[in-house]
Every structure is written in structure tokens, then in C-alpha cells.
Ligand binder design. Structure first.
Ligand code: NAI
Length: 255
């Protein structure tokens, strides 16, 4: 009997796979039998994650790409296909945030960079994934949004706007491609202990730091393994009737 969550024979591509949520997910899905493409703009860290996977007997390869550059994303998906065949699941996870700042004081360049990476980056990856999935009879696109894509996020409005945009892409594409056997879902975490959040916590005063850590009824940050576990389930065929939805992993914050 096959084990629950078995991901054997699945080709899973993860952007932003060198760090945080993406790295933890790469390690977990590889341990469940997936062939994993770890992609990131950070080659050194990405190759280190691939080394860890391979040392444990998993199958993975690193492909460098900048998701904010359409040509780079086209090359990424072509190289991924050459490595393991058409992508079965793509996890569009690469993202950036910005320093918490009153909206009227945020530089336009910061806004545009958040849009380029978090929204256009997901757009480019979705297009390339869908092209391969249409040819291959189906697949699953999973976008990492955020609770900031579902409700207000004062002082991180530019980030929040991009994550709302990701939710729009997720829902529209889910309906558009359901007949083609392509599912599209999102995952919406609240604050998770990753380099991105550690960096924010290190640069705010103690009052704000405590408020961030205790922003949910569980009164703690989430851990990357808690997001990776949900993603591994989503990657499996056990989630087969789910599309156009978001999995909210927030310690009860939005309840
Ligand atoms: P992280 O900073 O640990 O990892 C992000 C990775 O994305 C890094 O390896 C970075 O090199 C890569 N990346 C950034 N820009 C890129 C680009 N243009 N092209 C290719 N790779 C690029 O961050 P974390 O926390 O693991 O975040 C992952 C995703 O989860 C992001 O989309 C983030 O917005 C989202 N998220 C994170 C939350 C958290 O509390 N950590 C909460 C909600 C959502």
C-alpha cells in the first residue's frame, strides 16, 4: 500500500526554494518521493538545499532564476522540463517584503519592486506552468500569498496589495483552467519564523516585535515545517477536489 501523501513521480518546481518556507517545503516533498526543482536567485543557498536533499537520497536540482524577469522564468521552466519532464506542481513562493512604513512615506520604487517580484513574478511563473500543464493534461499551481492578501495590513500596504493580486490570479485561473484539469490554489500564512520575518523583527522596537509575535490567538510565530506540511498535502492527489481556494495558516489570526 502506498503511504499517505506519496509524491512519487511528481515533478515539483519551487521558486524561492533557497530559504524559509520554500527550502523547508523542498526538503519535505523530496523526502516524500518528488523530483524537485529548487529555484532561486540565490545560487549558493539554493545549491546547499539541493545538496541536503541529495544527501538524504532525494532527487533535486537547482536552477537559478529571477522571477521578476520574464525571460529568466521562461528559461527556468524550459530547463526544468529538460531535467524531469513537464512540471506537475509549481509552488510560486519567491517573494520580498518591505520595511513597515506609513503608506504615504513608502518610496514608489519599493512599491514597484514588490509588484515586480511578488505579483509579476507569480504571473510569469503561472503562465509558463500552465503552458506545460496544458500540454501534459493537467497539473497544480500553488501560489504563496499571505493573510496580508486577505485582509488589511497597515504599514505594509505595497506588500499587501501584491498578495491581494496573487489571490485574484489564483481564483481567476482556477475557474479558467478547471476544465483543463489544472488546479490553482493559494496558501496564506501569517508571521512565520523565516529570514524574512527575523529581519523585520530585528528592526522594530520591542513593543512592535511582541505585537507581531503575539498577533494570533496561539501567541507565537508559525514554523516553516507547519507551512511545508500543508503544502505537501496540497501537492498530493489527496487535495484533488480543491481549486480556487486558499489554505489559511495563521494560528487563528483571522478567525
Ligand atoms: P525568505 O526571505 O526566507 O525566502 C524568500 C526566497 O525568495 C529567498 O531565498 C530569496 O532569495 C527568494 N527571492 C526573492 N526575490 C526573488 C526573485 N526576484 N527571484 C527569485 N527568487 C527570489 O522568505 P519566506 O518568509 O520564506 O517567504 C516565502 C514566501 O512566503 C514569500 O512569498 C512571502 O511573501 C510569503 N509569506 C511569508 C510569511 C512569513 O511570515 N515568513 C507570511 C506570509 C507570506
Amino acid at each position: 500500500m502506498k503511504s499517505v501523501g506519496n509524491l512519487e513521480n511528481k515533478h515539483i518546481l519551487i521558486t524561492g526554494g533557497a530559504s524559509g518556507i520554500g527550502a523547508a517545503t523542498a526538503l519535505l516533498v523530496a523526502s516524500r518521493g518528488a523530483k524537485v526543482v529548487v529555484s532561486d536567485q540565490n545560487r549558493q543557498q539554493g545549491e546547499a538545499i539541493v545538496e541536503q536533499i541529495c544527501a538524504k537520497g532525494g532527487v533535486a536540482t537547482f536552477i537559478a532564476a529571477d522571477v521578476s524577469d520574464s525571460d529568466s522564468v521562461i528559461a527556468l521552466f524550459a530547463q526544468a522540463k529538460a531535467a524531469y519532464g513537464p512540471v506537475n506542481v509549481t509552488i510560486n513562493n519567491a517573494g520580498i517584503d518591505h520595511k513597515p512604513t506609513p503608506m504615504h512615506l513608502v518610496d514608489d520604487a519599493v512599491f514597484h519592486r514588490n509588484v515586480a517580484v511578488n505579483l509579476a513574478g507569480v504571473w510569469y511563473c503561472m503562465k509558463q506552468a500552465i503552458i506545460q500543464m496544458l500540454d501534459n493534461g493537467g497539473g497544480h499551481v500553488i501560489n504563496i500569498a499571505s493573510v496580508a492578501g486577505l485582509h488589511s495590513a497597515p504599514t505594509i500596504a505595497a506588500y499587501s496589495a501584491t498578495k491581494h493580486g496573487v489571490m485574484g490570479l489564483t481564483k481567476s485561473a482556477a475557474v479558467e483552467y478547471a476544465k483543463a484539469n489544472i488546479r490553482v490554489n493559494a496558501v496564506c500564512p501569517s508571521f512565520i519564523r523565516t529570514p524574512m520575518v527575523e529581519n523585520v523583527l530585528a528592526n522594530v522596537d520591542e513593543r512592535v516585535r511582541n505585537a507581531m509575535i503575539k498577533a494570533n490567538p496561539m501567541k507565537r510565530l508559525g514554523e516553516v515545517e507547519e507551512i511545508a506540511g500543508a503544502l505537501a498535502w496540497l501537492c498530493s492527489d489527496e487535495s484533488s477536489f480543491m481549486t480556487g481556494q486558499s489554505v489559511v495558516l495563521d494560528g487563528g489570526m483571522l478567525a
